[in-house]
Design a protein around this ligand. Structure first.
Ligand code: AMP
Length: 572
């Protein structure tokens, strides 16, 4: 296949910003592409001769590339500099210069996709003495036989900046329409392989059946399965048919480990290759994983040297800076907790149930003390037992629990209710209702949210702290509206300091127990207590509490200070 076909398509893609038009251009291109070229065409369209998760660069800088352009066009570096200042894009400069030159020579060799792909792909492998010159020569070779338009895109490809506005996600729809398969099937295949070039090739050669045959393979990161959030243990048990597996929820970095013989690769949740960041884990992982080939899923956690407890996530992130790795390795030991298995030798595990996968995981891991562990787990249907496990998790310094549906398969790239994270709800506050706002939709005719106040110990006045619109059932709202009506006022009660406009006000009598995620400082013009709650959530009505007994401004201030201290601690 001639490279000019690709360059023409790139030009069209650069010219349009319409989603549909871009799709059409890519789909047309794919239809024109012989199946054996599909992978190259897809990768080059995405801008690099390797999939995004491969952390490789061509290693050719702008200055070197200018030399290659000079060599191929016969123009001097000074001329190229001058044009660069005008145009600002070396791709366009190359295009212009080659156009001038071609008027003289009018001869172009027929450049193929394969040739461009191979030369660019090979650039990182050119190392050692004279490597710079050899790289320049390899690029110049392409440019010498390219048309001006081809030159523009070759230069940009080498620079890693194609500028045609094609992000990975777009390939899904383009592949689906080019080959008449469903976008969902394409997406599913992508979730397993994280590589649209593989997906496109599978469809091009085998249609929808070809797609179905695609599966996870070692070396290709799988889009990790994610978790939804649950508020309470009861909610988890309700969603998981009364019984579930509960695992420690560790606060670190999600890491997918691929083992292929002696080779270990670590991918992050965003499918970046992080192998080089954690050199001290490689050997232990090699030892820990029994199969020759495996893909396992886990969380990488930093351990405090003195206490042996997990440290906050930020500490792990410090290691990201490459130059710090060596120093950090000594200071912050890391440990990986494995919690899932996706592949074990020849067995793809994704469609197996959680229980089966867990059993296999336990069978294939030889724990390496202090380095590689299988995450602690408890299967239970007893709220009390789960509560105790949760308390223990928090005591050790973990974030909470992750509940897993016993029968669920591994759903790559999905966030569903078969994995539920369970973090502690912070302290609750008892607050008094001082105003109401009408609900919408189903809740029209009832108050859908309430303005809640705390009590100032010093003045005895009620001061607002939040507007709470979640945590109620429809029944709750009906009932509360009735209660509210009985004590309704046209204006705020004289004991209440309120700035927010409400649809109606009431006597400060009804007390709500309210959960929240965080206490924040609030402008007095919004909340007269000068504090606000993030994510307030109604828990229950406190009939046993009188308004004089509710949480006070002073108490909330103290809680705020404690919270800030806690936050500061986890930051260091
Ligand atoms: P979140 O990032 O809050 O959506 O929570 C989900 C994340 O928790 C996962 O992506 C993992 O990085 C992390 N995690 C910690 N412990 C576990 C566990 N036992 N199972 C699954 N994920 C876990």
């Amino acid at each position: 296949m001639r490279y000019v076909v690709l360059a023409d398509a790139f030009e069209k893609l650069e010219q349009t910003s319409s989603y549909l038009k871009k799709n059409e251009v890519i789909a047309d291109l794919l239809k024109k592409t012989p199946p054996e070229e599909t992978e190259r065409v897809v990768l080059l369209t995405l801008g690099k001769p390797w999939p995004a998760y491969v952390s490789k660069e061509t290693g050719v800088g702008l200055q070197q590339l200018k030399k290659a352009v000079a060599k191929a066009s016969g123009y001097s570096p000074t001329e190229i500099e001058r044009l660069m200042r005008q145009v600002g894009d070396l791709g366009k400069v190359a295009q212009q210069l080659l156009a001038k030159k071609r008027q003289v020579t009018l001869f172009t060799e027929r450049l193929t996709v394969e040739k461009v792909f191979e030369n660019v792909k090979n650039l990182p492998e050119i190392t050692g003495e004279g490597s710079v010159d050899r790289k320049i020569a390899s690029i110049a070779e392409l440019l010498t036989s390219s048309t001006p338009l081809e030159a523009k895109f070759i230069v940009r490809t080498v620079l890693g900046d194609l500028r045609i506005g094609v992000a990975e996600g777009r390939l899904r729809d383009a592949i689906a329409s080019a080959f008449g398969v469903s976008p969902d099937a394409v997406e599913h295949a992508y979730m397993l392989t994280t590589d649209y070039s593989m997906v496109a090739k599978a469809v091009a050669t085998g249609g929808e059946k070809g797609l179905e045959k695609l599966n996870v393979c070692v070396g290709h990161p799988v889009n990790p399965m994610l978790a939804q959030r649950a508020e309470t243990i009861d909610e988890v048990l309700r969603r998981m048919k009364g019984k579930a597996a509960f695992e420690l929820k560790l606060d670190g970095i999600r890491v997918q480990v691929h083992k292929d013989g002696d080779r270990i690769t670590l991918f992050t949740r965003r499918m970046e290759d992080y192998t080089k960041m954690f050199p001290d884990l490689i050997e232990p992982l090699r030892r820990a994983l029994k199969p020759k080939r495996a893909i396992v899923d886990g969380e990488l956690v930093a351990i405090d040297r003195t206490t042996g407890k997990p440290m906050p996530f930020q500490e792990v992130l410090k290691r990201r800076r490459k130059y710090e790795i060596k120093r950090a390795m000594g200071e912050i030991p890391v440990k990986i907790y494995l919690f899932d298995v996706l592949l074990s030798d020849g067995d793809v595990m994704l469609d197996k149930s959680y229980l089966e996968r867990r059993e296999v995981l336990e069978g294939i891991v030889n724990e390496v003390e202090g380095k590689v562990m299988v995450v602690e787990q408890k299967i239970s249907d007893k709220p009390d037992e789960i509560r105790k496990f949760m308390d223990r998790a928090l005591e050790i310094g973990h974030e909470g629990l992750l509940a897993k549906d016993l029968g669920a398969s591994y759903r790559a790239g999905r966030r569903e209710f078969v994995w539920l994270k369970l973090k502690p709800v912070l302290e609750t506050l008892d607050l008094v209702v001082v105003g109401g706002l009408y609900g919408k939709g189903k809740r029209a005719g009832y108050f859908g949210s309430y303005v809640l106040a705390t009590r100032d110990e010093e003045s005895g006045r009620f001061k607002t702290v939040t507007k709470c619109g979640s945590g109620y059932t429809d029944e709750d709202l009906k009932e509360f509206t009735k209660m509210f009506r009985k004590i309704q006022l046209k204006k705020p009660h004289p004991d209440v300091d309120i700035e927010l406009d409400c649809d109606a006000y009431c006597e400060p009598r009804i007390v709500f127990e309210t959960a929240y995620e965080e206490i924040q400082v609030s402008p007095e013009l919004k909340h007269t207590s000068k504090m606000g709650l993030r994510f307030p959530r109604f828990i229950r009505i406190r009939e046993d509490r009188r308004p004089e007994e509710i949480s006070t401004v002073q108490e909330i201030k103290r809680l705020f200070e404690q919270q800030e201290k806690r936050k500061a601690k986890t930051r260091h």
